[in-house]
Every structure is written in structure tokens, then in C-alpha cells.
Design a protein around this ligand. Structure first.
Ligand code: UT7
Length: 329
């Protein structure tokens, strides 16, 4: 016996403080015009000093659980997709479990860069399909402001903080997660890396002085990877689902750069009105982009029962991930 697995609730949380392009002009040699033209970003959220990733996750999770009419004790599993956990260990998922009182849930964090939430959706949904679990909490959450080199204009203008969550559960046959494509090309790992603090380069005064605990990125290489992989992943998924791009009601791409999204729109030949874009307001929140977008799309009345929603992302690893979900609520 197998079951259909789908999203039964979503929620998000964005920190109150915002950092505009004008603020960044005072910090590094950049301009509002350059940032808008090259990335599409205007402003991003920044967590308060007292807030860590589990705090953002908690707020998003409470909203998703309420939307799914699910109690924390009903959760069988919590997966937190993040590259900015509160600690190396224990996992942020365990910290979140304690805050929620979700005492029946198994917990782990998932590291797949900005593709993390869609990876969690792909893997988590299979645990429901197989009958192993009934209710799963997926979170994509980041406090990237803590790992940014605020003197590096190549990266500091790009990222923001935020959290999004979704509850997965059993849905009607024919609804929910219809097809998934997860992948990686580890040969590109060095293009997007936080080189310090792990077993290769343990924390030392030298690693701190060299900014090794911050994001190091070869933007052009990641850009090339993204423009190739995102449309390919969408095509693979459509093939698996036996659909065409015309069947997709809403495409939610990872929000890393407006030009990458525009490239995907052109390659896939999908109308702009069917593509969710919020990069102008939030910047790149890595694993949080897709669940925050899903929540905003639901709140804006853009998701209806039976809609085919395509989620697609790319990120550190380098990884890519896509999923087609028939909206079940
Ligand atoms: O979620 C996954 C994570 N990351 C990504 O997806 C990022 C993918 N890559 C990108 O989005 C783009 O490559 C960037 C936005 C990072 C950079 O845009 P680009 O058009 O590829 O610029 P570039 O790196 O080729 O740099 C062009 C110029 C350089 O100056 P020179 O060498 O031509 O004189 C940079 O130094 O723009 C300069 N530049 C800036 N100028 C003003 C780089 N950052 C800035 C800045 N303000 N913030």
C-alpha cells in the first residue's frame, strides 16, 4: 500500500529589520543601480542579534502547523534545510523539536545549499508514500547575514535572512508530489564554499583573519551552472509527469538573481505572470527562498486546489532540485 504525499500547510517568517541597497552603498563600493540591474534585489531582511536559525524556523513552523491544523506531537519527522545552523551540532532540527514540543519526531538537518528545501521535499515525501511516516515538518531557514563578509561587494549585496516551512501529509490520490528531480555535480564544489570551520580548515586566528568563515563564491561559474540546470531540471520533471510547461500553473524558482530567473523563463517559454518573483524584497535567502515564496503565493491567493506548482532550485554542492506538486488544499 502506498499513499499520495502533499503539502498540507505552509508558513514563513521574515525578520523585522531590512537592509536596503542605499544602506549597502554606505558600507562597500556599490550602487543601488548596479545591484538592481545585475541582480534585481532592492532590499533584504536581517535577523536581530538575538535570533538564530532555530528561532526563525520556530516562527515559520508555528504558522505552517496552524495552516495544516497539525499539532507538534503529530509530527513524525522534522527536516531543517540550512547552511547556517545554530551550531555544528546538535542539529537545528533537534533544537526546533524542543522549542515546538514535537516529542515524537525524528530530526535531522539537510545540507544541499539553496536546493535544500526541495531536496527535503523529495526525500520527505517518499517517507509518506511508503507509509513510514504520516506527518513531516520541512523547514528551509537561513541567517546568512552571520556568514557574510561585509567588506566583499561581490557577495554582501546578494543575501538575506528568513525562514519558510511546510507540513507534509497524506493527500487525495492524484494530488501532492507528482515528480522530483534531485542532482549534484560535486566537481563544482569550490565555486560556492564556506572554507573555514570544518575538519579541513579548523577555526583558528588565521582562518578568522582570512574571512574563511564567510561565503566565498565564484559568481560567474554558479551563474552558468544555474542557467543550464534549472531549465533542464524542469524539463526532466515534466517528462516524468507526462506534462508540458503549459500545464504548470505556477513556477517558483530559487531567487538568486533576476537574470537567472529571466533566463529560465525564456528557455522554458513560460509566461512571466506564471512565475513567482520576490527577489526584489528578500534577496537570496538560500534554502528559505522556496518555502517563503510558497507561503506568499498562498497568501496572495495564487494557489488553488489542483494547480500544478513547479519548484526548482540550485545551490552549493553544486546541487539542483526540482519538484512538481499538484496543490491539494
Ligand atoms: O543561490 C546560489 C548562490 N549564488 C548565486 O546564484 C550567484 C550567481 N551569480 C550571480 O548572480 C552573478 O554572477 C553576480 C550577481 C554575483 C555577479 O554579477 P556578474 O554580472 O556576473 O558580475 P561579475 O562578477 O562579472 O562582475 C562584473 C563587475 C566586476 O568589475 P570589473 O572586474 O568588471 O571591473 C565586479 O568587480 O562588477 C563588479 N561588481 C560590483 N560592482 C558594484 C561585483 N559586485 C559588485 C557590486 N557593486 N556589488
Amino acid at each position: 500500500m502506498t499513499y499520495a504525499a502533499g503539502i498540507i500547510g505552509v508558513g514563513c517568517y521574515l525578520p523585522e529589520k531590512t537592509l536596503t541597497n542605499q544602506d549597502l552603498e554606505k558600507m562597500v563600493d556599490t550602487s543601488d543601480a548596479w545591484i538592481i540591474e545585475r541582480t534585481g534585489i532592492r532590499t533584504r531582511h536581517i535577523a536581530a542579534p538575538s535570533q538564530a536559525t532555530s528561532d526563525l524556523s520556530y516562527e515559520a513552523a508555528l504558522r505552517a502547523l496552524a495552516d495544516a491544523k497539525t499539532k507538534p506531537e503529530e509530527l513524525d519527522l522534522i527536516i531543517v534545510a540550512t547552511e547556517t545552523p545554530d551550531y555544528k551540532y546538535p542539529s537545528t532540527a533537534c533544537l526546533l523539536q524542543a522549542k515546538l514540543g514535537a516529542k515524537n519526531a525524528a530530526c535531522f538537518d539537510l545540507s544541499a545549499g539553496c536546493s535544500g528545501f526541495v531536496y527535503a521535499l523529495g526525500i520527505g515525501s517518499q517517507s509518506i508514500v511508503s507509509g513510514l511516516y504520516k506527518k513531516i515538518l520541512l523547514v528551509g531557514a537561513e541567517t546568512l547575514s552571520r556568514i557574510i563578509n561585509w567588506t566583499d561587494r561581490n557577495t554582501c549585496v546578494l543575501f538575506g535572512d528568513g525562514a519558510g516551512a511546510a507540513v507534509l501529509g497524506r493527500v487525495e490520490e492524484g494530488y501532492g508530489v507528482l515528480a522530483v528531480d534531485l542532482g549534484a555535480d560535486g566537481t563544482g564544489g569550490e565555486h560556492l564554499i564556506q572554507p573555514g570551520g570544518g575538519s579541513r580548515n579548523p577555526a583558528s586566528h588565521a582562518t578568522v583573519d582570512a574571512h574563511d568563515h564567510t561565503i566565498h563564491m565564484n559568481g560567474r561559474e554558479v551563474f552558468k551552472f544555474a542557467t543550464r540546470r534549472m531549465p533542464n531540471a524542469c524539463k526532466t520533471i515534466l517528462q516524468k509527469a507526462g506534462m508540458t510547461i503549459d500545464d504548470v500553473t505556477l513556477l517558483i524558482p530559487h531567487q538568486a538573481n533576476r537574470r537567472i530567473i529571466d533566463n529560465a523563463i525564456n528557455r522554458l517559454k513560460i509566461d512571466r505572470e506564471r512565475v513567482w518573483v520576490n527577489i526584489d524584497r528578500h534577496g537570496n535567502m538560500s534554502a528559505a527562498c522556496i518555502p517563503v515564496s510558497l507561503t506568499e503565493a498562498q497568501e496572495a491567493g495564487c494557489l488553488h486546489k489542483g494547480d500544478n506548482v513547479m519548484l526548482v532550485a540550485f545551490g552549493a554542492g553544486l546541487t539542483w532540485a526540482g519538484a512538481l506538486v499538484k496543490w491539494a488544499k
